[in-house]
Design a protein around this ligand. Structure first.
Ligand SMILES: C[S@@+](CC[C@H](N)C(=O)[O-])C[C@H]1O[C@@H](n2cnc3c(N)ncnc32)[C@H](O)[C@@H]1O
Length: 328
């Protein structure tokens, strides 16, 4: 295992992206801050680092022993977007579930707090200047969720909140020419919405077909489908009915650090969401220093063949975890 490559990878990435990536900001803080007893206490850095694995690209490794049940770290999304079926029932920024709205309010975009409304300005001020009817209709009729994340990211880039290459650090899936052709309609509708809203040319310069497909290629294997473990009291009472009538997921989100976790059909780490899109990574069992932390991308109760098929079609890889190698 090439753990020693982590230092050079991070210093290379740090030089390239030091102002842009939350992951790299975290490494800068945790590796250079001297202890200072006078300073206000700062949370301890998470006991993990990113390094190359033998056969699954980069992965996340424990820097010390972690006990079963420990919260390893939390992560805020780069961007999150509600599912179209929940769009009027969850906060448009953090995806927190909201109490049922009166009929008059049920068609509007909602925020759970003034704080989320304020934070949403990074995309919402741009988004509200354009007409999204055709783009949203395209997503709704084709059952597509990821173009909504691209739209949100495009609005964030337009507002100057993030750089157009913020997702470049994430691994892309390989796209076939047919997949690229399928993405054309979404790109054209996104571009048209901005063009019709008369944004300055230099603000939309980044929005090329190449940018759109490169972003979607990363979102496809790095986006998390968010199902909240907590929620409103009324949801708990009607959870059985809700799980039948509505999609359990409140939306989808993309993160930096959680995207470096590889998959395992018998994982030692669990990613979960309690009340909003802030992710929590917890140890499922004791993890030794140097051990790789892996989460599960799919339902592991499925058979070996079903797991391989879904991982291959959805994520583009043959699973090399211990359980799969032993044919279970
Ligand atoms: C979300 S990324 C995980 C981080 C990635 N290894 C990287 O370098 O950025 C998912 C990709 O990691 C690799 N991967 C994850 N789990 C794997 C596994 N169990 N076996 C083989 N490859 C795996 C595959 O290439 C997959 O498409």
């Amino acid at each position: 295992m090439a753990l020693n490559r982590c230092g050079s990878l991070l210093s290379r990435l740090r030089n390239q992206h030091s102002q842009k990536h939350p992951l790299l900001a975290f490494y800068t803080i945790s590796s250079t801050t001297p202890p200072d007893t006078e300073a206000p206490s700062r949370p301890a850095p998470p006991p993990i680092h990113v390094a190359f694995t033998e056969s699954a690209g980069r992965g996340v490794f424990a820097t010390r022993r972690i006990s079963a049940g420990d919260l390893i770290h939390t992560a805020k999304p780069i961007m999150a977007h509600p599912s179209l079926s929940t769009i009027n029932n969850v906060c448009y920024f953090c995806l927190r579930k909201l109490p049922s709205l009166k009929d008059s309010e049920a068609q509007s975009i909602v925020f759970c707090s003034e704080e989320c409304k304020e934070k949403s300005k990074v995309f919402y001020d741009v988004e509200t200047q354009a007409d999204w009817l055709a783009f949203d209709d395209y997503c709704r009729t084709q059952g597509l969720k990821y173009p909504l994340l691209v739209k949100r990211l495009a609005c964030m880039v337009m507002s100057g909140a993030v750089s157009a290459d913020i997702l470049d650090i994430l691994q892309p899936t390989s796209l076939t020419p047919e997949m690229i052709i399928e993405m054309e309609e979404g790109f054209n509708l996104l571009k048209k919405a901005f063009t019709k809203a008369n944004f300055m040319d230099e603000n939309v310069e980044f929005l090329t077909k190449q940018w759109y497909t490169a972003v979607l290629a990363r979102i496809r294997i790095n986006a998390f489908r968010i199902e909240l473990a907590g929620g409103l009291y009324e949801d708990l009472l009607s959870s059985a009915a809700a799980s039948v009538e509505a999609e359990a997921a409140v939306g989808n989100a993309v993160y930096v650090l959680p995207s470096f976790y590889n998959h395992d059909c018998d994982p030692n780490t669990h990613i979960m969401w309690i009340e909003n899109a802030d992710a929590r990574l917890k140890a499922l069992r004791d993890i030794e220093e140097g051990e790789e932390l892996r989460i599960c991308y799919i339902d592991t109760s499925m058979s070996y063949d079903a797991r391989q098929r879904i991982l291959s079609q959805g994520f583009g890889f043959q699973c090399n975890c211990f359980r799969c190698l032993s044919g279970d």
